[in-house]
Design a protein around this ligand. Structure first.
Ligand code: LLP
Length: 476
């Protein structure tokens, strides 16, 4: 069946291209399906960042993550500029690098003036190695190890303290180090009790959450913190969840945080920072309709300014930490199509050379994606197929009912919106080497993550002496 538009026009992969605008600065990257530089050239071929996708796959192998630098930079600039425009106080946007943490991405975000939110010692190490100024790094996690706390304290980044155990450990670390000038800077993470409509695994704001201090113990918390001279509490943090389209929850959060801010002052805490977290959603499929970056930032700034004016409070330095809305749309994953299986009257499976190891989101959250065929961009979308990964797992399905042109082995399937929580959650399931990633800009492609080799896969394996030189296969 050839898919037709209500107007009678046949769809093709080109329908997913961002509209041509005189200035790309008008597009909010999170509202597009493909990166902003995506074009069709030579009638049928997809180009991103001025590079032909099929050529990239020939050069760097398959599967391949392709990151469009312009889309990522534009997102960073839009966040930064929106705060400048709508907030009268100081502001700082942090990139939530859990979405995709590697040297090149930290370096791009930092070069746009963003700080980096890290969620572990490993992410912190990477950001530092990328040259990010520790004063612009914020460390998260609900169970930071002692070593991670010491690491963060020594390098001088800000710690987002999540719970009592961590708070006491931090005091003890500084006291036993007997180095009063260490004075770690920290924010307190509080659970706001604000619910939003997103997948339950990525909701964090509700009271029943593993993250943050219970807001019912604010009195005890602020009293304790106000007595600590070895630590420097500079502000408050909250995050309500991820892939959120609604606007009200973030407005509610901003208002609530100003109340906390006011309450803290009553305990003599001189706080200067409020961090409202991340969470702005992106368009994965046509019907997704997230607010733009500007539409997300503006009401948060307005609510905080109004609430501070009403309470007669000085404006805090306002921070936020988006991940997905900065990086997801900037990246696509290119796969090579291989086998297929037609089950008459039931379904056609088309298999690609990756799957749940490079994109675990469909199997984890039932996430939905769209795809195009990079070498058949103008062909009519004539088939509805199920895109299967190559893993030994029936649930390893990347897209159910993908509308594609007629495909054949060797075609390049491009899945959109794969920049967030794909590489960062990738695994070596079935001992598949992790894919390579390139950054593209102005017709140039540079490797940012090398493809793993089979040697890499056994790099951490150890074969104990007593297992060597055994007679293998004697019982077979
Ligand atoms: N700040 C904190 C404290 C967070 O926990 C997160 C995300 C963010 C910021 C960034 O949120 P974003 O702007 O990206 O929505 N693996 C899941 C998403 C987990 C989100 C974890 N925290 C997924 O693939 O959907």
């Amino acid at each position: 069946m050839v898919s037709t538009h209500p107007t009678g026009v046949q769809h093709s992969g080109s329908q997913y291209l961002p509209p041509r605008r005189s200035s790309q600065a008008n597009s909010s990257p999170n509202q597009e399906l493909l990166p902003l530089t995506a074009r069709v050239h030579n009638h049928d071929f997809l180009e991103i960042g001025g590079c032909d996708v099929t050529t990239l796959v020939k050069q760097f192998g398959s599967p391949l993550y392709i990151l469009d630098e312009e889309t990522l930079r534009l997102g960073c600039q839009q966040y930064r500029d929106a705060f400048k425009q709508y907030y009268k106080g100081e502001s700082q946007v942090l990139y939530a690098s859990k979405a995709w943490n590697c040297l090149a991405i930290c370096a791009i975000a930092a070069s746009e003036g963003l700080g980096i939110d890290v969620a572990s010692g490993g992410e912190l190490y990477t950001a530092l190695q990328a040259g990010v100024n520790p004063e612009k790094i914020y460390l998260h996690s609900n169970n930071k190890s002692r070593e991670e706390l010491i690491f963060a304290t020594e390098v001088g980044c800000t710690i987002v303290v999540d719970n009592w155990h961590e708070l006491r450990t931090l005091v003890e670390i500084v006291e036993t180090a007997n180095a009063p000038d260490l004075q770690p800077r920290f924010l307190l993470r509080l659970t706001p009790g604000i619910e939003c409509h997103t997948h339950e695994y990525i909701r964090t704001g509700q009271l029943d959450s593993k993250f943050g201090f219970d807001p019912n113990e604010l009195e005890e918390l602020f009293t304790f913190v106000s007595k600590q001279s070895v630590l420097k509490c500079v502000g408050l943090h909250a995050h309500i969840g991820s892939q959120i389209f609604e606007r009200q929850p973030h407005r509610d959060l901003a208002a609530l945080m100003v109340q906390w801010f006011r309450d803290a002052a009553k305990y003599g805490l001189n706080l200067t920072e409020l961090n409202v977290g991340g969470g702005l959603g992106i368009k994965y499929i046509e019907s997704d309709d997230p607010p733009s970056i500007e539409e997300w930032v503006k009401p948060i700034c307005e609510v905080i300014q109004e609430a501070c004016a009403a309470e007669n409070l000085p404006l805090p330095k306002l921070l936020c930490e988006p991940g997905r809305s900065l990086i997801a749309t900037a990246c696509v994953t290119a796969y090579t199509i291989g086998s297929s299986k037609v089950i008459p009257e039931i379904r056609t499976y088309v298999a690609i050379d990756g799957g749940m190891s490079d994109n675990p989101r469909p199997i984890t959250y039932q996430s939905v994606y769209r795809a195009v065929v990079a070498n058949k961009m103008s062909s009519p979308l004539s088939e509805t197929v199920t895109i299967a990964g190559k893993h030994c797992e029936s649930g390893d399905i990347l897209i159910k009912n993908a509308l594609l042109p007629k495909t054949e082995p060797g075609d390049i399937l491009v899945v959109m919106g794969t920049g967030a929580y794909n590489y960062s959650m990738a695994s070596n399931y079935n001992r598949l080497p992790r894919s390579a990633a390139v950054v593209v800009a102005n017709g140039e492609a540079n490797l940012i993550l090398q493809r793993e080799t089979y040697q890499d896969l056994i790099r951490q394996d150890r074969l104990p002496e007593r297992l060597k030189n055994q007679e293998l296969g004697v019982n077979s």
